[in-house]
Design a protein around this ligand. Structure first.
Ligand SMILES: [Zn+2]
Length: 248
């Protein structure tokens, strides 16, 4: 029963993420207007806007102009739902489940905006940090909360330092501002030492991937790799974060 509820929630959240992943970089309000077809601009009726199911019963086409609906939308919905289900399967209804939901959600939105538009939303990062810090306070107490705040701030400056060095070394912009802000979210989510490992791991994964996904200017979006690596570190849950013990 829980699985069905979480699957439906996952589809709804996924649909919302796909929507804001398109709207925020294109500077369209996230509340108004209602969903519309990007081709003929006709506003969609509520039954044309049900995640996954509408795509299936409209056979992947706009009901008005028959323009093909991007397969990307149902794909994001299903991926989000499956990842939520996976988290529930591993953690049950717990704070870890909720922390995982925040991490996965920021990962999905950032992947959409960064891969498609080379854009990382400040709003998403700020909301992510607030949610993750509240969850840390509620589940681990005041000491760990303070530790995560310090981790977030120091990862921000650490990444900024890497950027300054990288810019000098490569004589061009090595890291985007979004990646630096994202590191504040990752630091406050998983702590200082796992964050350092994440940067290292993300660089290793991004290297071969950069040969495939590179745009004209030769920029590779680094944000999704950072988040992927940090979720992996969080999921491993190894006690490498010795610093955090000082705060318990
Ligand atoms: Zn249309």
């Amino acid at each position: 029963m829980f699985y069905i509820i979480i699957f439906i929630f996952g589809l709804l959240f996924g649909s919302f993420f796909a929507c804001i992943g398109y709207r925020i970089p294109n500077k369209i309000s996230t509340i108004k207007p209602n969903s519309f077809c990007p081709k003929c601009k006709t506003e969609l009726k509520w039954y044309m806007n049900i995640p996954l199911f509408s795509y299936i019963f409209l056979k992947g086409k706009c009901a008005y102009c028959k323009e093909k609906i991007n397969i990307f939308y149902p794909l994001v919905e299903v991926c989000t739902a499956l990842l939520y289900i996976f988290l529930f399967w591993v953690y049950g209804l717990s704070f870890n489940f909720l922390i995982g939901i925040v991490l996965i959600s920021v990962f999905i939105i950032t992947s959409i905006t960064d891969f498609r538009y080379f854009y990382i939303s400040d709003r998403v990062i700020v909301i992510g940090i607030i949610l993750i810090l509240i969850l840390n306070y509620l589940s681990f107490g005041y000491g760990i909360f303070i530790y995560k705040v310090i981790s977030g701030i120091s990862m921000f400056f650490f990444m900024y330092l890497i950027k300054i060095i990288g810019d000098k070394l490569f004589k061009r912009e090595s890291l985007g501002g979004g990646d630096i802000k994202l590191m504040a979210f990752i630091g406050s989510s998983i702590g200082f030492i796992p964050s350092l490992f994440s940067i290292f791991l993300a660089s290793i994964i991004a290297l071969p991937a950069s040969l495939i996904i590179k745009n004209k200017e030769g920029i590779v979006p680094f944000g999704p790799f950072l988040l992927f690596a940090s979720i992996f570190m969080w999921f491993l849950n190894i006690d490498i974060d010795l610093l955090s013990f000082l705060f318990i």
